[in-house]
Ligand binder design. Structure first.
Ligand code: SF4
Ligand code: SF4
Length: 411
């Protein structure tokens, strides 16, 4: 397996992206995490989608499974049984090398999440390699179809993988409303804090996620598009204050597609949202002409409407990045807009003053009030990315809309 030098940019502008059946999404009922049920569900998804890479001899292939391993909380990560049973199916198909990889904010938190999620144990027991992407080397990719990035850096294991199977969890996100197949690739990023700082405009951040998908699809030595299959764990999902501190909600299904746009569009619609509201879905759909309208998708398997159940979705207002700028208009308008804008609150009674959120806030908007022994938020700096909420293991970070309670009294 050839390894590229890290110090050069590899330009893949010569490659056009072509994925298998971008209009097709498969949905199958799986009631619980019983291993046999999950295995049957995964096999049904594969049978329905018929990935062409399963026709090849897979003995020499490297397949990278990318779950969501954000935090050790059960509902915050792709259930270990889904990962385990997918690996069992791949082994039965003769796959020679199975790697499981993800990363969160820091190397240490990622290591802990790998252990507490049970994935490190599965990797050990079944002889798969567990990759902490933050300990991997990185390859720098460029492509003239990147929308907001000059280059995208991806882990070397992703670069070298022959096939990638993305296993997102169906969840809400207090900073970005929804997180699914598209957002799950943010786990490939080397320096997540800096990315939040650089792409603090949320529409641009969401387009940047599309650049990551583009980089993954075009990278590697082969001339064709890298095969990527997405299968979402929507058996038990999260609503409300996701991606870590939300409420448990059952959807009893697995959803699969070659198109992260089609998958997220269907999943978000099942939760009661409109996919056109989310720039991540919309922009990636436009860039590649991948279908986003669920009326035009080929939805196969079980009847998707049977799974529809409105979730408690974060307000779309959270997608507006409103920070006080220098101009007179901004100084007057932004505080007014903020009255309707969700704000970050630290619940002192839950906070252990571990300072993790303070050291990982991309905007240095959090600080310790030494006198009161409380974490404070400087609202003029906060971009509402919710990194603090993702990193807090004590469920002490919340989002509130200051005026939401008063609105019914005003109107
Ligand atoms: S990460 Fe959570 S517990 Fe730690 S200081 Fe921040 S709010 Fe408090
Ligand atoms: S306070 Fe929290 S939401 Fe605001 S910028 Fe910092 S990490 Fe992001």
């Amino acid at each position: 397996m050839a390894v590229q030098k890290m110090d050069k940019v590899i330009d893949y502008s010569f490659k056009t992206i072509q994925i298998e059946n971008s209009k097709c999404v498969a949905i199958v009922r799986v009631e619980n995490y019983n291993p046999e049920n999950v295995k049957n569900g995964l096999e049904r998804i594969i049978k329905l989608l018929k990935p062409s890479f399963f026709d090849d001899d897979l003995t020499e292939k490297l397949i990278l499974i990318k779950p969501n391993v954000l935090a050790p909380d059960k509902m915050a990560f792709t259930n270990e049984v889904v990962v385990e049973q997918l690996a069992v199916i791949l082994k039965m198909k003769g796959v020679g090398n199975i790697f499981i990889g993800d990363s969160t904010m820091t190397k240490e938190i990622t290591r802990m999440a790998h252990v507490k999620s049970g994935l490190a144990d599965i990797a050990l027991r079944f002889g798969h390699e567990m990759i902490n992407f933050l300990e991997d080397k990185f390859v720098t990719i460029s492509h003239n179809k990147f929308e907001v990035s000059n280059v995208v850096r991806i882990p070397e294991t992703i670069y070298n993988a022959d096939i990638i199977i993305n296993l997102p969890k169906m969840k809400t996100h207090a900073g970005y409303v929804f997180t699914g197949a598209i957002k799950n690739f943010f786990g490939l990023v080397e320096d997540k804090i800096s990315m939040h700082r650089i792409y603090k405009n949320k529409a641009v951040f969401q387009k940047m996620l599309g650049d990551i998908h583009h980089a993954v699809l075009c990278c590697g030595e082969k001339i064709h598009t890298k095969p990527v299959l997405h299968i979402m764990d929507a058996i038990e999902a999260m609503e409300g204050k996701g991606p870590r501190s939300g409420k448990h909600k059952k959807y009893n299904c697995l959803i699969g597609s070659f198109s992260p746009v089609a998958l997220d569009a269907l999943a978000y619609s099942i939760m009661g949202g409109n996919p056109e509201d989310l720039e991540a879905i919309k922009s990636l759909s436009k860039r590649n002409s991948w279908e986003v309208n669920i009326n035009n998708l080929d939805i196969i398997g079980d009847n998707w409407e049977d799974f529809k159940d409105e979730a408690q979705l974060p307000s779309l207002e959270t997608l507006n990045t409103t920070r006080t700028g220098g101009s007179l208009i901004e100084r007057v308008a932004v505080p007014i807009i903020r009255i309707f804008h969700p704000v970050i609150k630290i619940k002192s009674e839950k906070c252990k003053l571990c300072m993790n959120c303070v050291s990982h806030c991309p905007m240095q908007a959090l600080y310790l009030d030494e006198k009161k022994k409380k974490i404070r938020v400087d609202r003029s700096k906060c971009i509402n990315c919710f990194c603090c909420g993702e990193i807090c293991s004590n469920n002490a970070v919340h989002q509130k809309r200051p005026i939401s309670k008063a609105l019914p009294l005003i109107f």
